[in-house]
Design a protein around this ligand. Structure first.
Ligand code: AMP
Length: 215
């Protein structure tokens, strides 16, 4: 099934990044996380990072025109490869612009996946989330234990909290999701082909459910 084009949507903390990595691996797709692209830019203090860092720290969206530049560049870089987009589009304007960019490339989105999780569960999950600053692997103190406490299993780096994973910022990100990203869900739902999965339960069960529904 290589060459597929998938968009994964869901609130912050729904596990969409974790599932996107698994889907990409299983289907031989490139995983494009705009959050990872931005965090790398911030870490490397690039002009993009300087522009985006303040918005990210506050839990706000980076402006559409910045995001559209990134997505165009990334789609060019990926060329003919199949991909899963994780964290994009997050506004209606981004969804419409993505349509235009895909039309130019004669590419169609095959599946839009939505992972649904309750807001209270999200706050609990994100305050326990830790990431590896080196390889971006995501852990959760409550559910995923590491071999060495507090260290990444893959590269041995010390795990950190994301600067936007404190409770106040999480709540702001959830408000932003309701106001700006929910219209994107309706946009794809009306078009047909949206596949919704409940994001509660174990990671393996959710992955299995995703593959069952995508068949
Ligand atoms: P994520 O890792 O997907 O939770 O993204 C982290 C942060 O990066 C978000 O809270 C936004 O500040 C920013 N970001 C990532 N993707 C987008 C996007 N498509 N549009 C606007 N901001 C974004």
């Amino acid at each position: 099934m290589a060459g597929r084009h998938i968009v994964i949507l869901g609130p912050p903390g729904s596990g969409k990044g974790t599932q996107a990595v698994r889907i990409a691996h299983e289907l031989g797709l490139e995983h494009l996380s705009t959050g990872d692209v931005l965090r790398r830019a911030v870490a490397n203090k690039t002009p993009l990072g300087e522009k985006a860092g303040g918005f990210m720290k506050q839990g706000l969206l980076v402006p559409d025109e910045v995001m559209l530049g990134i997505i165009q560049e990334e789609l060019d870089r990926l060329g003919d490869a199949g991909w899963i987009l994780d964290g994009f589009p997050r506004t209606l304007a981004q969804a419409e612009a993505l349509d235009g960019q895909l039309e130019e490339r004669a590419v169609k989105i095959d599946t839009v996946l939505l992972i649904e999780v309750d807001p209270d569960e999200i706050v609990a999950r994100l305050t326990a989330r830790r990431i590896c600053p080196s390889c971006n692997m995501v852990y959760n103190l409550a559910t995923i234990s590491t071999r060495e406490p507090g260290m990444c299993d893959k590269c041995g780096e010390k795990l950190v909290s994301r600067p936007d994973d404190d409770e106040e910022t999480i709540r702001r990100r959830l408000d932003v999701y309701d106001e700006q990203t929910k219209p994107v869900i309706d946009f794809y739902r009306q078009r047909g082909g949206l596949v919704a999965v409940k994001g509660a339960g174990g990671i393996d069960e959710i992955t299995a459910e995703i593959f069952r529904l995508m068949k």
